[in-house]
Design a protein around this ligand. Structure first.
Ligand SMILES: *[C@@H]1O[C@H](CO)[C@@H](O)[C@H](O)[C@H]1NC(C)=O
Ligand SMILES: *[C@@H]1O[C@H](CO)[C@@H](O)[C@H](O)[C@H]1NC(C)=O
Ligand SMILES: *[C@@H]1O[C@H](CO)[C@@H](O)[C@H](O)[C@H]1NC(C)=O
Ligand SMILES: *[C@@H]1O[C@H](CO)[C@@H](O)[C@H](O)[C@H]1NC(C)=O
Ligand SMILES: *[C@@H]1O[C@H](CO)[C@@H](O)[C@H](O)[C@H]1NC(C)=O
Ligand SMILES: *[C@@H]1O[C@H](CO)[C@@H](O)[C@H](O)[C@H]1NC(C)=O
Ligand SMILES: [Zn+2]
Length: 653
């Protein structure tokens, strides 16, 4: 008997103590959560104020590249970083992982990752300075025209001059000159800076408990297997890419002769774009049905006297028609929609949130062309997202992930691009569609969408390996060309060396902007489009009257309201939740883009068979060496590769 009593007694005591502890803990955590909520109100207020000050200073510099504006921007960036670090130290003192309120926990989780502000002040300044310096070199770079005699006309800038030459010139020598001089003007100057940038970025990442900066870049996707998911998407899309690649190579060879080989990679300067990332500018001499009269949207916009502002008004009208929000007055007052003549600026188009719920701007050196017409929609898609989530707490004012943010304007542009829509808004004559013309149109779109996929993927494949240390600074340039060859099947117009640094010729590399978002966006936008078109009753897989590429959600408020529901969420939930709201699916799905281009892929396969075209590519004959001297020593004999270029990249089906 006695022992049982004791046991009983002990149990009771234990229970009481235990209970007491639990109660005490719960009381503590409740109290802590209460305290955290109050802390968060103040913190969000400070973050908004700081983000606003920083955006104003960054805008002042980006739109007017003076040293004074740079110094002002760097000073504010340092101040803000200091505030962030102080806040972060307090955030980490909370047991936020145990908070019962999901919203609160998620905001703390986001605040618990500090980013580059984790660096000691001097290094933080150094990193920012390096990035600004590279951006400035890029934005101010000028080159001479091909047959320049004196240096007087050496004032060609990327936008609009070089972009235009790459788009319209069909003179292979002029294209090669432009391609090469652009890279000469930037690469060597940025190479050393880039190496320092990599080291400091990694140091910041490690201070945030990531192994290196690539892991930091990927953490926002909230999925440890995200890289694999992306790789699988690419594998699914590769067969379609190989078809369009083979067809374009055949046509380029007809046009340019032997500088385009029958089975090798395509020379990168012949594709109508400085980075060979989109090929739509060479569509004109390779349309599936060359005899069908093709509309020239650039010419139509010019003929109709479109201005930059009118292009943006046209885009706004689309958003309004699906019950989304008009641009506020500040947008029209503060944006820069045309290139100003009186100063240097960063022309690369961008959309800005000033975090005060009122001020939203676009900066774009708009030319009246079909391409910029689409870019305008892309940028306005960002602003629309900003507007929809502006009332979310500070940390949730982002896209569900950065790929979502890039996809919204493009999604709208898919409707805008359809013949149906262009007729509706009076940009095309209102005549009956010729199915051949429709396929031509789909082909042109394929030249800017399908061709982009491997480029969108490899930009960060290159950087991930650099951040992780797998690629060292001795191999920066040769590794770049290895990936360009392996994924895109393109090659440089001339041999390259490690004294060049060609990746720096691309804005997002020097500006420290991750790029995977664009690849994701190019998958998501079609997944979104397919769902919205189904909801709008405009897509049925087996109905030739209701094909995906002819769907236009203009004026469809059912589609618009659903889109709005997703946009309003910002990043308050993990991205699969947002995706589910719009599509009912929780994973990224490449069949959206495959469905969209099905008629084209069928046509390409038949055409390539007919032409007996080689699918894939053999190894490039171009080499990449350590030094330029080595290249000189080996020329002019067309020596075969002396330096290893990685594994064989022959692809065939
Ligand atoms: C550019 O910035 C400088 C200050 O560095 C200022 O004096 C000038 O007025 C600005 N230019 C324009 C057009 O805003
Ligand atoms: C470049 O300089 C030449 C000669 O000085 C001038 O005629 C031309 O307008 C300039 N072009 C640009 C784009 O500034
Ligand atoms: C389209 O029109 C523009 C402006 O008139 C012209 O520069 C361009 O060459 C035209 N493009 C084609 C493919 O004809
Ligand atoms: C465009 O402007 C020109 C010259 O100002 C004018 O003659 C023409 O009628 C305008 N076209 C349209 C479609 O408004
Ligand atoms: C447009 O959106 C608002 C909410 O922003 C909603 O109240 C209204 O019903 C929507 N209009 C239509 C036609 O769906
Ligand atoms: C926009 O500019 C107009 C004209 O300059 C001005 O009257 C108006 O107050 C400005 N609005 C805002 C919100 O800044
Ligand atoms: Zn964008």
């Amino acid at each position: 008997m006695i022992p049982r009593i004791i046991i009983c007694h002990l149990a009771l005591v234990c229970f009481l103590i235990y209970c007491d502890k639990i109660l005490a803990k719960d009381a503590n955590i409740e109290e802590e959560e209460y305290e955290a909520r109050n802390f968060l109100i103040l913190l969000n207020r400070q973050s908004e104020r700081d983000a606003n000050r920083l955006a104003i200073a960054q805008w002042a510099y980006a739109s007017n590249l003076t040293d004074e504006n740079l110094q002002a921007q760097l000073a504010i960036a340092s101040e803000v970083a200091k505030n962030e670090k102080e806040a972060w130290q307090r955030v980490t003192q909370f047991n936020w992982q145990r908070f019962s309120d999901y919203n609160l926990r998620r905001q703390f989780q986001k605040y618990s990752v500090l980013g580059t502000s984790a660096l000691p002040e001097e290094k933080f300044k150094q990193l920012n300075k390096i990035i600004s310096d590279m951006e400035t070199i890029y934005s101010k770079a000028k080159i001479c025209p091909k047959d320049s005699k004196d240096g007087k006309e050496c004032n060609l800038s990327l936008e609009p001059d070089l972009t235009q030459i790459l788009a319209v010139s069909r003179d292979a020598e002029e294209l090669k000159h432009t391609w090469l001089k652009w890279r000469d003007a930037i690469g060597p100057k940025c190479r050393g800076l880039y190496k320092d940038y990599v080291e400091l970025s990694n140091e910041a990442a490690r201070l945030n408990d990531f192994t290196d900066n690539s892991q930091y870049w990927l953490h926002d996707y909230e999925d440890p297997n995200f890289k694999t998911a992306v790789f699988n998407l690419w594998e699914q899309l590769k067969p379609l890419y190989l078809q369009i690649h083979a067809y374009v190579r055949t046509k380029l060879r007809e046009k340019y002769g032997d500088i385009v080989s029958e089975k090798g990679p395509i020379p990168a300067h012949l594709l109508g774009n400085m980075w060979a990332q989109t090929w739509n500018n060479v569509a004109e001499f390779m349309l599936p049905y060359p005899d069908v009269r093709d509309h020239n949207l650039t010419a139509i916009l010019i003929e109709k006297n479109y201005t930059a502002t009118e292009i943006f008004k046209t885009s706004e009208a689309f958003f309004k028609s699906i019950n989304l929000t008009a641009m506020p007055e500040t947008f029209w007052n503060n944006s820069i929609l045309e290139k100003p003549a009186n100063r240097e600026l960063i022309c690369h188009a961008s959309a800005w949130d000033f975090y005060d719920g009122k001020d939203f701007r676009i900066k774009q050196c708009t030319e009246v062309t079909d391409e910029q017409f689409i870019t305008a929609h892309h940028e306005m898609g960002h602003i629309e997202y900003f507007l929809q989530y502006k009332d979310q707490p500070f940390q949730f004012r982002e896209g569900a992930n950065d790929g979502f943010h890039e996809a919204i304007g493009d999604l709208i542009a898919l409707s805008v691009n359809s013949n149906k829509h262009l007729k509706k808004i009076g940009l095309l004559p209102n005549e009956k569609d010729d199915p051949k013309g429709v396929l031509n149109n789909l082909f042109k779109l394929g030249l800017s969408k399908i061709t982009f996929l491997p480029f969108g993927y490899l930009m960060d494949l290159w950087r991930w390996d650099i951040f992780s240390g797998k690629t060292t600074s001795e191999d920066y340039n040769c590794k770049w060309w290895e990936l360009r060859e392996k994924y895109q099947g393109v090659e440089p117009p001339v041999d390259r060396s490690e004294e060049d640094f060609d990746p720096a010729g691309k804005y997002h590399i020097v500006a420290d902007v991750p790029y995977l978002r664009y690849f994701i966006s190019f998958v998501l936008q079609y997944q979104f489009h397919r769902s919205l078109c189904e909801k709008a009753g405009q897509y049925e897989p087996n109905n030739v009257e209701k094909q995906l590429h002819e769907c236009d959600i203009y004026e469809n408020t059912v589609a618009g309201n659903l889109l709005k529901q997703m946009l309003e969420m910002g990043s308050s939930k993990p991205w699969p939740d947002a995706l589910e709201v719009l599509t009912g699916q929780r994973t990224m799905d490449a069949t959206g883009i495959l469905d969209f281009f099905k008629p084209l892929s069928k046509w390409l396969e038949e055409e390539n068979k007919k032409n007996n075209a080689f699918i894939g590519w053999e190894r490039s004959k171009k080499v990449c060496t350590r030094t330029r001297q080595e290249l000189l020593e080996n020329s002019p004999s067309s020596s075969t590769s002396t330096v290893s270029e990685g594994p064989s990249t022959t692809e065939s089906t």
